[in-house]
Write a protein that binds this ligand. Sequence first.
Ligand code: AMP
Length: 295
Amino acid sequence: MKTLTTISELRAEIAQHRLQGQSIGLVPTMGYLHSGHASLIERAAAECDLVITTVFVNPLQFAATEDLSSYPRDAPGDSRTAAAAGADLLFLPGLQEMYPLGREGVLTSVSVNELSAVMEGESRPTHFAGMCTVVAKLFNIAGPCTAYFGKKDFQQLAIVQAMVRDLSFDVELVGCEICREPDGLAMSSRNVYLSTEQRAAAPVLAQALVAAARSLSRGETSVDRLRATMMDVISTQAIGQVEYLEVVDPITLRPLTQADARSRFFGAVRFGSVRLIDNLDLSELDLDSNAAISQ
Ligand code: AMP
């Protein structure tokens, strides 16, 4: 695996491979790679000739009050994980390379309306525009490719899908299933900041979503009652502070009053200063690989 730090090097490398008729797989990340990220890289490696993993902690998607400076970083570990998962190129640009005039010097913003206003957007109003801006930039650098995103950030995936459609990026998007710890907790770079007590409590978020999905599968369609089920489960762990628990349409992300088989369950819960998100739909209850949440 080659590590590249400049946009021009990356473009030149991709151009060479494209000339040979190779397909390009892109896996954008913020690093501190774990098995969830690795699953995206492995899928890209199975489906594409040249796999590029990008690691960039994008300041545009963090608000002033958020955890940009403390966001976990581990370039040597990322290099090992990306290589082991099958990446051919690791793109590790510095801030200066991505934003030569600094964060304040970025005058362009790509925003996707409506989908960005709900759930994560309510407490993080500038987050998705920052994310879309850097993803648009990475798509422009990579050119035509297949890009792999995790359903762990389902709202992000829906927003990137809308951006690709609306702006005609020559990018095929692949949504990958959520990788979970054996106790059901969705893997996340932020899990490292959970204390022992918080880590023990954290699976309650996945358990709440599963309980509601299971209730729906048994015929309960009232979102008020499904939300009450989720609240009941979360309240078994007093240190979990609910930010939102929603049942939404998977395409429009609009909140529902009556759920159906396509509905998706979302939650954000704070454990101290660590904010965790998760989501699932009925299909995840059947995934063999998620035995922990299917019990
Ligand atoms: P991040 O580094 O957190 O920005 O994530 C980079 C990509 O990895 C995004 O597409 C995430 O949705 C995906 N990802 C993160 N955690 C997981 C997970 N547990 N399972 C599947 N994909 C994940």
